[in-house]
Design a protein around this ligand. Sequence first.
Ligand code: CTP
Ligand code: CA
Length: 225
Amino acid sequence: EAHLKSNLPLAGKKALVTAGPTYEPIDPVRFIGNHSSGKMGFAIAEELCKQGAEVVLVCGPSGEKTINRSIVRIDVGSSVEMNAAVQQHFKESDITIMGAAVADYRPKEVAREKIKKESSEFMLELVKTTDILSELGKIKRSGQVLIGFALETENEEENARKKLQKKNLDFVVLNSLQDSGAGFKTDTNKVTIIDKDAGIEKYPLKTKSEVAKDICNKIIQLYNV
Ligand code: CTP
Ligand code: CA
């Protein structure tokens, strides 16, 4: 099979993709999560694979399944676990795409036993999670391509540009929630890609597989990896 793959644009490249939500534990039976389906990250993993890359997919809890047998899938639960898995594979990765909807906060302490209902009010103390993508941006070597997503509801492009710069990304994929049919649970997405050299491309509403193609083609076009 290797000789068939060698003609593909991303042949010989290693890719690391994250997908899905993270579940931040509160106690043995509860967590803080979000509605990310994982579909976008899974579609990216499949497309990178089709283009010839060796893909590691780190995914939070998701019902999605990988199709291509050569994708190495690592299932994680919390942001701490996702960070550990990502750190383990980043150094050897040529292309890293952080598609996961990582929780921004986690419970400061995880209760050892199931929390009982007692008083009429209950306060949960939260602390910031590690920003996995920002950490990767700090250790990125030249030649490594680092891509993040940005989910915004206001000043979309300006905020996405800030994330691009702050996290030292090569490009950021801005998810537009403006149009219906774009976002977390759907099979479609509407994105804008903003690169570090101020290039900007707006795409129409497409299926997530088509968006994944656009992202991969952008990588090949801009960075010739
Ligand atoms: N991200 C991450 N680790 C976190 C939070 C976010 O790696 N703890 C990554 C996401 O995977 C995404 C990018 O950072 O690729 C942007 O995520 P987003 O939620 O849009 O932005 P934040 O930086 O978390 O800022 P905010 O939610 O306040 O807009
Ligand atoms: Ca966030």
